[in-house]
Write a protein that binds this ligand. Structure first.
Ligand SMILES: Nc1ncnc2c1ncn2[C@@H]1O[C@H](COP(=O)(O)OP(=O)(O)OP(=O)(O)O)[C@@H](O)[C@H]1O
Ligand SMILES: [Mg+2]
Length: 230
């Protein structure tokens, strides 16, 4: 489903983002990506979404070799990978419904499919009653639900979330985690970056830990345990 083969990321100023990173994630897994600030977590996520390219190595996502993907083929990747952001990144001048519909419009889905799919997904994330509201009329937790609905609406095989609970209080974070777990149970592979010790320790899922661009731990039912090197 996801494979990193000897992946190295180097930024313009010769800063190393990742160095010889290799791992495989199978279909249906729920994987936490942890590590201190600057460890390379977002670099790994940005490779999966095609936002950056590796300096060396291969990144394979749902059968697509992302590093050799031509820009015009990027929509194929966008259909395979849904992304949830810490800061939601909703369009302020579109309603909840329109925000989710827009994700389908950019991959040129048919109008008929959009009309059918958007209400289904909004109901899945518990936001049917908020379809006509604008993002600034919603709580943080509700905005994150919209973001998750938008990530799911094209039925991606994989959902990538970079600190999806980072801006939420503990209780709301819990609700969002339940929703992500539920989506995972339905078969979607999930890769989630988090700094929350509690979330990782509660979930007992696979944990990949990065330090200075290198994988230092890969445990099937891991805890947060950041100090393995200390
Ligand atoms: N666009 C960029 N240009 C230059 N250096 C970058 C860029 N993005 C990241 N880096 C550097 O690459 C390294 C890894 O950064 P990355 O953003 O992947 O870390 P992270 O694990 O996501 O950290 P955080 O927990 O703070 O989000 C850091 O040293 C960072 O300064
Ligand atoms: Mg980051």
């Amino acid at each position: 489903m996801i494979e990193f083969r000897d992946v190295t990321v180097i930024y313009d100023n010769d800063i190393i983002g990742l160095e010889n990173v290799s791992f495989k994630i199978e279909k249906g897994e729920f994987v936490f990506l942890v590590g201190k600030t600057g460890a390379g977590k977002s670099s790994a996520i940005k490779l999966l979404t095609g936002e950056i390219k590796p300096y060396a190595g291969d990144v394979i996502v749902n059968g697509i070799t992302v590093n050799t993907l031509k820009n015009k083929k990027l929509p194929y990747l966008r259909r395979s990978v849904g992304v949830v952001f810490q800061d939601f990144r909703l369009l302020p001048n579109k309603t909840v419904y329109e925000n989710v519909a827009f994700a389908m419009e950019v991959v040129r889905a048919r109008k008929k499919d959009i009309r059918r799919k958007v209400p289904t997904i909004l109901s899945l994330v518990g936001l049917s009653g908020r379809a006509k509201n604008y993002p600034n009329e919603l709580s943080g937790g509700e905005q994150q639900r919209v973001c998750i609905a938008r990530a799911l609406v094209n039925s991606p095989a994989i959902v990538i979330a970079d600190e999806p609970t980072g801006n939420l209080d503990a209780e709301t974070a819990d609700e969002i985690m339940k929703l992500l777990m539920e989506i995972n149970r339905m078969g979607t592979t999930i890769v989630m970056v988090t700094h929350s010790e509690k979330i990782v320790n509660d979930a007992r899922r696979r944990v990949i830990q990065l330090e200075s661009g290198v994988v230092v731990r890969d445990e099937m039912e891991g805890g947060y345990a950041l100090d393995v090197l200390a």
